[in-house]
Design a protein around this ligand. Structure first.
Ligand code: GLC
Ligand code: CA
Length: 554
């Protein structure tokens, strides 16, 4: 693969509403991010992905945009954003924004005009169907039909997500041109690129036919008919040629469900994007990303197989975007470690395992502290659209309210969206005003102040692995080296990273007990371990409980 500047980045994802509230109104904001740049610089990250900051009624916290070229007033002003870009730049930190072009808010001017005048050109910017009844049985990602009736007209519009998020009609060329102009306008402002939201939804099954129902509601997941549909490549290629190709930018697409065999078109030499997120391992605890009540039993072996399959598939075609958390996922410590979440060594094993994979590491705010899921007592305490929908769907599917609440606590997107715990004071130092969403219960213990400078803590561990990847003696191999799975015992994940001249073997013990791993022939020298000593045993390498070890082949 040809070297690209963005292969050396370490990305930190910010959910602006919950990062830091600089003017104390209970909502995080852009100046709040600028004020915390020293913290991010100290951690060692080189790029920030900031979730949507555009004008929005915030029905889906900014993923419902009502003006692409304006900043949401609760987040600040365009000057605040420019200041943030400038100040971050001084610290060598680049910024990528979230690009949401599958849908807008229903409060976007285009949609308002489409509603008020069905003869206007904006009507065809969205997907409307005339008639007295719902056009088909597709279920939206956030629940209920994808179709919403237009008040006062025998007409429905399509929304793959919430009803305040009407899908744009990418079949309309004029609309596409308008979107490309917006993308270029932002790239001209000096951002380093985009994370691209829900982009595999832009092409629909144009037969609009109903599908076999897959729930007691008689509906069928719209991901079968409005995601990764044949012909999508024409749009994605055109998008790239009219925008990204003209800038030295990086693009990371949220593209769930892309078959591994088609990765070449997405991330290959001339692919649509620099990278995509692969969700197969992120969703290992549920049957599909959009049905939290269909829980799946899994073990470390399943986790390992999914991670390594993903790495091997991505490596075949291009570069990968590695993550264990984001704003749509529960906290990684709770999800992946089960009963190990309270053990900092377990949290570190998980961190190191994904961090040293081949590709760009993404760290989601609070992950570097080992934050954990909350445990809410009633559905009324949730803000997230999809948590509320999943609760009622689980009940509709026959689960008790207690079970439904358990599923939602385990999976809720609010888990990741609680205000960032800067310290142990009221509201965690996030704000002096009551925050828009309740804190995670563990904040008096798990917060930035408690961890900074604590050598055994998770934060300092993240700092050290970032430094090791970016500046350590094995930097070249850890960044550019290839990856291959290594045979290991059941509760251990192992792989090797290698270049022509160097091979690093890495083991991550996910068990509470010691594990002995077979060593390949040849000399071996320890280069890094998460804690303690590297113990060689007569049969091989003896890993301590939750210990990670890296050896170099000599
Ligand atoms: C993506 C975002 C998610 C949002 C959805 C609709 O999946 O990550 O937060 O709700 O798209 O825009
Ligand atoms: Ca604020």
């Amino acid at each position: 693969m040809k070297k690209q500047w963005w292969q050396e980045e370490v990305v930190y994802q910010i959910y602006p509403k919950s990062f830091y509230d600089s003017n104390h109104d209970g909502i995080g904001d852009l100046r709040g991010i600028t004020e915390k740049l020293d913290y991010l610089e100290n951690l060692g990250v080189t790029m920030l992905w900031i979730c949507p900051i555009y004008q929005s009624p915030m029905d889906d916290n900014g993923y419902d945009i009502s003006d692409y070229k304006a900043i949401a007033p609760e987040f600040g002003t365009m000057e605040d954003l420019e200041e943030l870009i400038g100040e971050a730049g001084k610290r060598g930190i680049k910024i990528i924004l979230d690009l949401v072009v599958n849908h807008t808010s229903d409060e976007h001017e285009w949609f308002q005009k489409a509603l008020s005048d069905s003869g206007s050109r904006f009507h065809d910017y969205y997907i409307f169907k005339e008639g007295g009844q719902i056009p088909n049985n597709w279920r939206s990602v956030f629940g209920g039909s994808v179709w919403e009736k237009v008040p006062g007209r025998e007409e429905y519009y399509l929304h793959s997500f919430g009803k305040k998020q009407p899908d744009l009609n990418w079949e309309n060329e004029e609309l596409r041109r308008e979107l490309y102009e917006i993308v270029n306008w932002w790239l001209d402002k000096g951002i380093a690129g985009f994370r691209i939201d829900a982009i595999t939804f832009v092409k629909k099954d144009l037969t609009w036919k109903s599908k076999e129902p897959d729930g007691v509601d008689g509906l069928s997941k719209c991901t079968k008919s409005s995601r990764n549909q044949p012909g999508i490549g024409v749009f994605l290629r055109e998008l790239k040629e009219h925008t990204f190709d003209r800038y030295p930018c990086v693009t990371v697409a949220e593209a769930p469900g892309v078959p591994y065999g088609e990765l070449g078109e997405f991330i290959g030499e001339n692919g649509y994007f620099s990278m995509i997120f692969d969700f197969r391992y992120a969703d290992l605890d549920i049957d599909s990303g959009s049905e939290w009540f269909k829980r799946v039993d899994w073990g470390i072996k399943d986790f390992r197989d999914k991670i390594m399959d993903s790495q091997m598939a991505l490596q075949k075609y291009g570069w990968s975007a590695n993550f264990i958390e984001n704003h749509d996922q529960p906290r990684a410590a709770t999800k992946y470690l089960k009963d190990g979440q309270d053990n900092p060594e377990a949290v570190k094993t998980l961190a190191a395992m994904y961090f040293f994979l081949r590709g760009l590491p993404f760290i989601y705010q609070g992950q570097e502290l080992g934050m954990q899921n909350f445990n809410r007592g009633s559905i009324g305490e949730f803000d997230d659209l999809s948590s509320i929908d999943q609760y009622y769907r689980a009940v509709e599917e026959g689960y008790t309210k207690e079970e439904a609440l358990r599923f939602v606590n385990l999976r809720s997107r609010d888990n990741a969206r609680t205000p960032f715990p800067w310290d142990n004071t009221q509201y965690g130092g996030f704000s002096v005003h009551k925050p828009w969403l309740g804190m995670a219960e563990e904040y008096p213990r798990i917060n930035a102040r408690a961890q900074m400078g604590d050598k055994g803590g998770v934060y300092e561990f993240y700092r050290s692995i970032i430094r090791f990847r970016q500046k350590g003696p094995y930097r070249n191999c850890l960044i550019y080296g290839r990856i291959e799975p290594v045979l290991s015992s059941e509760n251990v994940i192992a792989y090797k990273r290698y270049t022509q001249g160097e091979t690093l073997l890495c083991w991550f013990n996910f068990s509470r007990g010691k594990e002995v791993e077979m060593l390949p022939d040849g000399g071996m020298e320890p280069v890094w371990q998460s804690y303690g000593e590297v113990c060689f045993h007569e049969n091989g390498l003896e890993l301590q409980p939750y210990q990670s070890v890296m050896l170099k082949l000599v």
